[in-house]
Design a binder for this molecule. Sequence first.
Ligand SMILES: Cc1cc2nc3c(=O)[nH]c(=O)nc-3n(C[C@H](O)[C@H](O)[C@H](O)COP(=O)(O)OP(=O)(O)OC[C@H]3O[C@@H](n4cnc5c(N)ncnc54)[C@H](O)[C@@H]3O)c2cc1C
Length: 465
Amino acid sequence: MTPHNAYRSLADARPYPFWQETRPPTIIAPRLTGDVVCDIAIVGGGFVGLWTALLARQRWADATIVVLDAGQCGGEASGRNGGFCAPSISHGVSNALKRWPEEAEQLVRLGRENLVAFEEDLQRFGMDVAFERSGKLNVASQPWQVEGLRAMQKNYGRFGIDCEFLDAYELKSRLDSPAYIAGVFEPNYALLNPVKMVSELRRVCLEQGVQLFEHSPVTDLQAEGSQQRLQTGMGSVKAGKVALATNIAPPLLGALKSAVIPIYDYALTTQPLDDDQLWAIGWVGRYGIADSGNQFHYLRKTEDNRILWAGYDAIYHYGSRRDEALTQRPESFVILARQFQLAFPALADVTFSHAWGGIIDTSARTTMFCGTASSGRVAYAQGFTGQGVSASRFAALTMLDLLDGTSTERTKLAMTSTPPFAFPPEPFRYMGVSMAQRSLAREDLTGHRDWLLKGLDALGIGFDS
Ligand SMILES: Cc1cc2nc3c(=O)[nH]c(=O)nc-3n(C[C@H](O)[C@H](O)[C@H](O)COP(=O)(O)OP(=O)(O)OC[C@H]3O[C@@H](n4cnc5c(N)ncnc54)[C@H](O)[C@@H]3O)c2cc1C
């Protein structure tokens, strides 16, 4: 397979997320000018911020709620992701068992309940987000990954989670690719269209009287007696309570400076495929698929039967650089295109319609965490590490519990209430991430987990996207 095939396949790829083509017509909200007073101010209009606004409205019917976004709602991770909507808040069952064995059962249950409640909320608020509970196929490309799938099946069995192990022959009826040798299919997993999700959340929030200001970056947050003052370039908000849902942007609280690092992740979508093309690779259902490497791919069908093919490269830039220009990375797009052609030789002539990237807020435990500042008047949630579509709703509820001052099952979890291991300053941060990435890539080739990864495991530190 020559790189020219990959270059050719990318020649017409548009440099922005395919999902944007499906965005319903939207009138941009005004900038904040002047001074506004409210009960709750929410900084960030992605999934976390908008769920927080919507669920705050259900909890406090008469509260004045303001959402401020630096750009347009959904302009960052929430509008760029794969739309895999997991029945998990802990980045999967195995991660829960590894990091919080004592509360794993609770985390697994809460994750499943959250997905049920998520779907109920979609129905309750009439949100049309192309939600489909079509399942997920986890596939292995190396013999040692097959052992990982067997362990996954065992862990699922422990919690009564339905799944089916597929050997090489059985896998062909779900996915026919020379790259994969076994699989585990789990029926309880959902997919959605992320741009429709964020647009629908935004619409319902506006209908429910939430005040939204876009292109209004908050530059400063200070306590003023029992109130909080948020400063934007052209105005300010005085709020009784504040929820910070700024994901990977430079945090407004100094204490969060080293809690997460920005990892760039890349995605392609093909042109729409017809039934014959999909039959040729044995992908008969609408389930999502992910392979089992440390550097893993995730793939799914869009509503018009494009294949979204993403992941593998996870890029960290020195100094935790955040820059929109870095979300276009031709080297990563070419790697992805070549890998697609190797995984699906029957689709070698298929071209890509869109190529984009986004930033993942990677925490050292690969799961979200929450906390408060300013005597409980400010709450925050971040650290989703590539699994925030469904967990964003849980995070929103946890922040509201914290702002309410009520101790709940959500706020008492070690996962939500203890901070993750802080990333060291540069140059150690860059050196550490690079070394861990090299070890993970070696493990993908050989199945051998080296001393560095074992040491990090022992300290409860992980690296993922
Ligand atoms: C390429 C990619 C693929 C992914 N795939 C999946 C997937 O398939 N499944 C899954 O579960 N998760 C996935 N994720 C992760 C998921 O998208 C995120 O966890 C989730 O969107 C986080 O939502 P958020 O609201 O915290 O962040 P964001 O969507 O980033 O929203 C934060 C918002 O805050 C605003 N903001 C920041 N600072 C300020 C400020 N100072 N003032 C005002 N506004 C501010 C930003 O403009 C932004 O709109 C993926 C992420 C990426 C990047």
